[in-house]
Design a protein. Structure first.
Length: 106
């Protein structure tokens, strides 16, 4: 079993390992491609048979990565409909995201 961690960012939790690419909520500010990023809210670090669980976060642990790209997800259609009332409302939404490549787990 390889080393992995569980991080918290954007109100969500992600299980990551070195070399993974994850799509997370858009990071604040304009982070150019290749910019380093660090996640300090590490909930769990596991390495082979050694597991370190935080209360709520692991002390001194951090996950480092670099911005791979920024973009927008595919369009999601929001359609509201009431039968017998002639009510129809169609709306689209594209969520912004940042794709991050994990480089190191400390």
């Amino acid at each position: 079993m390889a080393k992995f961690a569980v991080i918290q960012t954007g109100g969500k939790q992600y299980r990551v390992a070195e070399g993974d690419r994850i799509k997370i909520e858009k990071l604040e500010g304009e982070a150019p491609e290749g910019a380093p990023v660090s996640f300090g809210k590490v909930l769990l670090v596991a390495d082979a048979d050694k597991v370190n669980v935080g209360k709520p976060y692991v002390e001194g642990a951090a996950v480092e990565g670099k911005v791979f790209r920024q973009g927008r997800a595919r369009k999601v259609i929001v359609f509201k409909y009431h039968s017998k009332a002639r009510y129809r409302k169609k709306k689209g939404h594209r969520q912004h995201f940042t794709e991050v490549e994990i480089t190191r787990i400390r």
